[in-house]
Design a protein around this ligand. Structure first.
Ligand SMILES: Cc1cc2nc3c(=O)[nH]c(=O)nc-3n(C[C@H](O)[C@H](O)[C@H](O)COP(=O)(O)OP(=O)(O)OC[C@H]3O[C@@H](n4cnc5c(N)ncnc54)[C@H](O)[C@@H]3O)c2cc1C
Ligand code: HEM
Ligand code: HEM
Length: 444
């Protein structure tokens, strides 16, 4: 029995809502900038000229940093609206960029509030504890962002996550203490209420989202199958609660519960399609400590959170020709889209290019043969880059495999980043429009 198809926002609706949210953020920042000028703190009474201007500007940067920090927590809390507008992977990219904006504002704030006092009068000592909390917040933000940026080289994901999340929430809790005890501006009723309203609104959004996630996970997810598909790939099938809906190409965050496996959450693409049946299917490549623990006996229960992502032809309109390019396990979102297209009465022209390293890595042969029968126009090419008589998706090869490109076709690429970059470059040179090329990177 088919499952519910999650309707995704149209590109037009996404642009309008993104513009609206950007305008709200800019208005919030613009509205906050004059606060230190309207509600002067007593510290400003004794300052004149450049010193006064510096202190006021420093306070403005402090306020900007605080607003962006609230946004930072929202961006990381997997809000469905943000996912629908940007796709969760892009939301995490925004989270990363925003971290550096917060740090820039925090450093400018620090420099500008300290400079008028003189570097010889740094607020050091227990009586300056609110300033020291500010210093702790700034140091934690810099440390957290640095560690997060270099994480793949220095820490396993689960250890980094166990450190990053509590530190993020701690910083967000410490900041209001700094602000309330250090700032004269906040002695005035209006800025005090404004801070309270902002903090409460963000806390509410996070509590609502966390509750939704807990409720979704608590509903009964039946683990049907966990089996070896190939030497390095595991197939997992699960029956969701009846109301679950998703779009082809989306992913979910799954947690397995059992004695021999850690219950840390991991993101995986839903390789099934809503039209292809009432269970969700995942193909998981054993590549690290957690995925290597997966075995038929490993798990007794499963919980699933999602769906997330916009790597789906359903997020765009009017597609006459689809080019689907996968590298290795990157086939999963593409398989999902093919399965959905197979059940649709009006099908675009579809080309699938799948790059694998070795022949023994090939799986899904029967499924692909079936899809070829169900999608009249489907053209499939599989290349093996590591075999002696192997092949690569070079520009010349793409030129031969994709005749008649005219800029109207949509390309979906999922695979290792170097492969995606080179294929994207070549597709652009062959005439595919930049705005019609979509990526899914298997990393947040
Ligand atoms: C949107 C998305 C869809 C994905 N779809 C698939 C799929 O269909 N099939 C598949 O095999 N893989 C998929 N992945 C990749 C998969 O999530 C990782 O391979 C897996 O989590 C690695 O776990 P590990 O502990 O075994 O490996 P590790 O060696 O510990 O980690 C390898 C890398 O995976 C990422 N990672 C590890 N743990 C987590 C975590 N808990 N949360 C987020 N990222 C983590 C990190 O970038 C890490 O550097 C997808 C990833 C994303 C982001
Ligand atoms: C070493 C680090 C820091 C020091 C020494 C410091 C110091 C100060 C001082 C002295 C004030 C009061 C200014 C005044 O009223 O005259 C202040 C206010 C403030 N700080 Fe910090 N701070 C630091 C870090 C931070 C960080 C990292 C943030 C935000 C992420 C921040 C946000 C604020 C805000 C919002 C105010 C209130 C602004 C206002 O009064 O209008 N501070 N800080
Ligand atoms: C320095 C400022 C930062 C703060 C305050 C911060 C805060 C947070 C918080 C609170 C969470 C947990 C949200 C939740 O689960 O409810 C989170 C998650 C996350 N952050 Fe950050 N973050 C910062 C910087 C970064 C940077 C620079 C990166 C990337 C390079 C990053 C990547 C992530 C990712 C991937 C997650 C999701 C973790 C998971 O659930 O698996 N963060 N962040």
């Amino acid at each position: 029995m088919p499952m519910n198809l999650l309707p995704l926002y149209s590109p037009r609706k996404r642009i309008l809502l993104k513009l609206f949210l950007t305008a709200v953020l800019l208005l919030l920042l613009a509205g906050a900038a004059p606060v230190p000028f309207i509600w002067e703190s007593t510290t400003l009474w004794y300052k004149t000229g450049l010193d006064k201007t510096l202190l006021q500007a420093g306070k403005v940067f402090g306020i900007f940093a605080a607003i962006l920090l609230a946004l930072q927590i929202l961006l990381a809390s997997r809000q469905p609206l943000l996912d629908r507008l940007f796709g969760l992977d892009r939301v995490y990219t925004l989270h990363q960029i925003n971290a550096y904006m917060i740090i820039t504002c925090g450093l400018l704030h620090f420099g500008m509030v300290i400079l008028p006092e003189g570097w010889s009068n740094l607020p050091i000592g227990w009586k300056f504890w609110p300033e020291l909390i500010g210093a702790g917040v700034l140091a934690s933000l810099c440390g957290s962002a640095l560690i997060a940026t270099f994480r793949p080289r220095i820490l396993p994901y689960h250890l980094w996550r166990a450190l990053h999340r509590p530190l993020g929430y701690l910083v967000a809790l410490a900041l209001p203490v700094h602000i309330l005890f250090v700032s004269g501006t906040l002695d005035h009723t209006v800025p005090r209420y404004a801070l309270f309203i902002l903090a409460s609104a963000v806390t509410l959004c996070i509590i609502i989202r966390k509750t939704q996630i807990i409720l979704l996970k608590k509903r009964y997810w039946h683990l049907n199958l966990l089996t070896a598909e190939t030497e390095e790939i595991v197939r997992l099938e699960v029956t969701p609660p009846s109301s679950f809906a998703y779009a082809p190409g989306q992913f979910a965050v799954i947690q397995l519960h059992g004695d021999s496996i850690s219950s840390e959450p991991h993101p995986f693409t839903i390789a099934s399609a809503p039209a292809s049946g009432d269970c969700l299917q995942f193909f998981i490549k054993k590549c690290g400590d957690w995925t290597s623990e997966l075995s038929p006996e490993a798990a007794e229960h499963i919980s699933v959170e999602g769906p997330y992502g916009l790597f789906s032809y359903k997020a765009r309109q009017k597609i006459d020709r689809l080019i689907l390019i996968a590298g290795g396990i990157g086939i999963t979102p593409i398989l999902s889209m093919l399965r959905q297209i197979a059940a649709e009465p009006i099908q675009p022209r579809v080309t699938l290019l799948w790059s694998l390293r070795y022949r023994h890595q090939l799986f899904l042969q029967d499924e692909l043969a079936l899809l070829k029968r169900e999608i009249a126009s489907l053209d499939i090419t599989i290349v093996y880059t590591g075999e002696k008589d192997g092949d690569r998706l070079t520009r010349e090869r793409l030129h031969d495999l994709l005749p008649g490109l005219n800029g109207s076709e949509h390309a979906y690429i999922c695979g290792p980043p170097p492969m995606m970059n080179s294929v994207k470059r070549d597709l652009l040179l062959l005439g595919v429009a930049r705005r019609h090329i979509f990526f899914e990177e298997f990393a947040l």
